[in-house]
Design a protein around this ligand. Structure first.
Ligand code: URA
Length: 236
């Protein structure tokens, strides 16, 4: 980040105040007076002092969990629906990216961050991160049909136009029309396509868990910051 902007973020100067103190030679970067506001500060390398006082950097990296409601699109810009970013009441969302997507008519857990490497850990197919979906079905399923479906899902299902079957997954029924499905991959519309392949139709879909992270205490539409342990739980 530019030095003048860095000073606005850390000690609350306006951009013009920051430029003035920099030009006046009152700011040192790693022991050297810097008079150019466009000097790029790297928090892991530089120590910034203003008027002889060391200034602590502000960590701006965001790690967020959103409980996505119906009707919002998981994109950064959309012509058709409001985007999930419109639900988040934080000033600087410019660099925020999404860890995967939920359909407009799916609700539940969505992770967002400004840390590209962390997003990669969360979404990489090489890393197993189970996701729990609560599924409501159109057709009630008898006990025999439920047992068959559990079996097929555990073995892997061939989805239309896919060469490989889905990875083995866990399915548990909570009633003839409701079940919980745990997936360790995220193909396009995977849950809906899996139940279509089983001859049924998903009428409601909610992701209630990603890894160890659930939505307890978080209302639909609300966002919270992840704790450092939660952030670390997705890292290798
Ligand atoms: N599977 C789907 O079909 N839709 C989602 O939104 C997520 C998983």
């Amino acid at each position: 980040m530019r030095l003048d902007k860095w000073l606005t973020k850390t000690i609350g100067l306006t951009r013009s105040e920051a430029k003035k103190v920099i030009r006046g030679g009152r700011v040192q970067v790693s022991g050297e007076v810097i008079k150019d506001g466009s000097f790029i500060i790297d928090n892991s390398v530089h120590k910034v002092e203003f008027g002889g006082q060391v200034i602590e950097p502000v960590d701006e990296t965001l790690y967020l969990l959103l409980n996505k409601p119906l009707g919002f699109e998981c994109t950064l810009k959309s012509k058709h629906y409001p985007t999930v970013l419109e639900l988040i009441d934080l000033p600087n969302l410019k660099d925020v990216r999404l860890a995967g997507r939920l359909d407009v008519d799916t609700t539940g857990a969505l992770l967002l961050s400004t840390d590209g490497q962390w997003l990669h850990f969360v979404t990489s197919p090489k890393r197993v991160c189970p996701k729990l979906y609560e599924v409501t079905l159109f057709e009630p399923m008898s006990e025999a049909q439920q047992a068959d479906a559990i079996d097929e899902v555990a073995r892997g299902i061939y989805l239309d136009s896919e060469e490989l079957p889905t990875l083995p997954a866990k399915l548990e029924f909570t009633s003839p029309t409701t079940c919980e499905l745990t997936l360790t991959e995220g193909k396009y519309h995977q849950v809906k396509r899996m139940f279509a392949a089983l001859g049924n139709h998903v009428t409601a879909l909610h992701r209630s868990k990603i890894g160890d992270l659930d939505l307890s205490g978080l209302e639909l539409g609300d966002t919270r910051f992840l704790t450092s342990d939660e952030i670390a739980s997705f890292m290798p």
